[in-house]
Design a protein around this ligand. Sequence first.
Ligand SMILES: [Zn+2]
Ligand SMILES: [Zn+2]
Length: 326
Amino acid sequence: MHHEPDPVPGAGETLVTVGAVAICGSDLHWFSEGSIGGEGLEQPLILGHEFSGVITDGEGHPVRVAVDPAIPCEECRHCREGQPNLCQQQRFAGHGHDDGALREQLVWPDQCLHPLPDSFDIVDGALLEPLGIALHAADLGDIKPGMRVGVFGCGPIGLLLVQLAQLSGATQVIATDLLPHRLVAARAFGATQVFQVDEGGEYRNIWAATGQEGVDVAFEVAGAEAAVETAIASAAPGATVVLVGIPADERTSFHAATARRKGLTIKLCRRMKHTYPRAIRLVETGLIDVRSLVTHHFPMDEYEQAFAIASRREGLKIVIEPTPST
Ligand SMILES: [Zn+2]
Ligand SMILES: [Zn+2]
């Protein structure tokens, strides 16, 4: 940790006192590999993009906000056509040259700040970012009532997709993971069947569980080639497969003939669109539970332990609270 001058907001920006930052699998890529998706580090980088904080309103009252970490350019064709997640000039907290939220204060554009309902605590606010990603992935999957859904990888985004699949009317939500404690969590969040990853052979259990028909929508949320293979192997003919995980080695491959013979639609999930208002409503109404995802809280000066636990894939969501009094 080190000290920097207090940030000063410019036009259209607000000073945010950071309340909670959740550690994400993508942070672990930066942390352990110093790069993500072929982009490397050229300077020290403050991580943290799943976060919430406190701002002061016009009368000096504190307002708790969730912060959208993505700052699209607002001018390119993709921004103007309502696809800010595809903006190639987009800045993103804790990515490349843009410092993230693991600090006490930062300034951020006003339009990225989403006030939290009273029922939210500050940590709930930080979890709206992963929920937004899961919502965007669910939108891509286009789950319809009565469909059977597979979720391959039960980290926090996978567990949110399990909940969203249930909410969308899936009659079966089948989840897989390597780690037993994540499968227990998947059950608790509504998975109808869970299978431990078994060198890819678990797809047979999924075929058996679906009457030898396969799943109608498959979400790969592990960032692992084995999970991509299993998602494709488990998909029904005509199914949609959504790739959400970020692979460590920058390649995604799968058995082409399997995907081709089944005529699969393969979609790639890139961040999210304008999902914060929906995410807030889903949590406010109790339809989605984000709070139960959090298994560990740490103050800022115990960040090393927080990252060590996250790197060992212990627990589910690890949260650091730079200013715990928020
Ligand atoms: Zn994230
Ligand atoms: Zn743009």
